[in-house]
Design a protein. Structure first.
Length: 365
């Protein structure tokens, strides 16, 4: 576990858990899920000494679970937020290196990671539980270290004012992490759509398309859970006791503003996921529509050819009857007369069907 002391003036990583809370600022305890599972007993003892309360057993299990959807819960001592991230797995190549092929699309779909990150928000302590490969803790540790002491007159680079502020910054960062994922999904879903609509290809990798639709459904459910959790947090924030001091009122309003900003970003991600999902559905419908159109084209051509050869077959069948008195049978020019009639009928039918546009597209292709 990594322990940080954050206050408006400085940000420092502590070597060990302090025996008591510092006079100013707050503590941020960030750990991996396995670290939290092993060291939860010691952390509970420190929380008891710092805040006079501990994490309840149900919430400890929630923080350790990898399957729990995004949700919000609260107690009299702390608030609990489980927030599933939207990220690309660490084993994936760069988006620019992946080829725009079905195999590349399959790799993108398999790499999407929505592991949960847990936040326990006390008055002056923030406990975060991350997946093993989560870079959020390291990112904010470096970023806050860079921001320490660097705030200007406009508040640029200002350190978090409290545990809730830092939690919202992390949640917003995880939502914004969808931008890279969105670029990957847009590019490789476009590859799938191109394969579907290419008239020269025989698309048969339906499992990739089914996986894409399932992935988009999963992302939509994840975003909806995120939105519900943040909305519940905002509702709980409105029920906090009213602050009398002007500085505390300003910090509370900044928390509301940052919470609404996180909610707005989630709405944008949800809108884009639904747009991709609709685009995939439309591509499938267009594929089957184009397939039906090509089938109709083929059947129309075959029908026209049948209609052209039907009278010719009738003529050959007529002169193939075994009667001695058939016309032109004993004539030296009879064969040429029959051929001329058949050619005239065939050309006449071709001209007729072309004028009716029954053969236009087929002959041009």
């Amino acid at each position: 576990m990594r322990v940080f002391h954050v206050d408006p003036d400085h940000f420092v990583e502590l070597d060990a858990m302090p025996a008591a809370l510092p006079p100013t600022g707050f503590l941020w305890v960030g750990s991996g899920r396995r670290e939290f599972e092993v060291g939860s007993g010691g952390l509970q003892n420190h929380l008891q000494a710092w805040t006079g309360s501990q994490l309840v057993d149900l919430h400890v299990r929630d923080l350790l679970s990898q399957q729990l959807p995004s949700n919000f819960d609260y107690t009299s001592w702390y608030d609990l937020l489980i927030f599933r991230r939207l990220a690309v797995g660490t084993g994936l190549e760069s988006a620019d290196d992946l080829p725009g092929t079905l195999n590349g699309a399959r790799k993108v779909l398999e790499s999407i990671d929505t592991s949960p990150v847990g936040f326990a928000v006390f008055d002056r302590v923030l406990v975060t539980v991350h997946p093993t490969d989560c870079a959020v803790r390291e990112y904010f540790a470096q970023r806050l270290q860079q921001q320490a002491g660097g705030a200007d007159a406009r508040g640029q680079g200002r350190l978090p004012s409290g545990p809730a502020d830092l939690m919202l910054r992390m949640a917003n960062h995880m939502v914004d992490g969808y931008l890279e994922l969105r670029r990957l999904l847009t590019r490789h879903l476009g590859t799938l759509q191109s394969e579907l609509l290419d008239p020269k290809s025989r698309f048969d990798d339906w499992k990739v398309l089914l996986d894409a639709r399932n992935t988009l459904h999963m992302l939509e459910d994840t975003c909806e859970d995120q939105r519900s959790a943040v909305q519940e947090w905002i509702d709980a924030l409105e029920e906090w006791p009213v602050e009398n001091q002007a500085g505390a009122q300003r910090e509370r309003e900044l928390l509301r503003l940052r919470s609404r900003d996180v909610l707005e970003h989630i709405e944008r991600v949800l809108t884009h996921v639904r747009r991709l999902e609709h685009s995939a559905e439309v591509a499938v419908q267009m594929h089957f529509s184009a397939l039906g159109h090509r089938t109709n084209d083929i059947m129309r051509t075959l029908t026209v050819l049948t209609a052209i050869f039907l009278p010719l077959n009738l003529i050959t069948g007529f002169f193939g009857m075994n009667f001695d008195s058939l016309p032109l049978i004993h004539s030296a020019t009879g064969i040429w007369t029959a051929v001329a009639v058949m050619v005239a009928i065939g050309i006449g039918l071709i001209v007729f069907f072309r004028r009716k546009r029954y053969l236009g597209s087929s002959l041009r292709s």
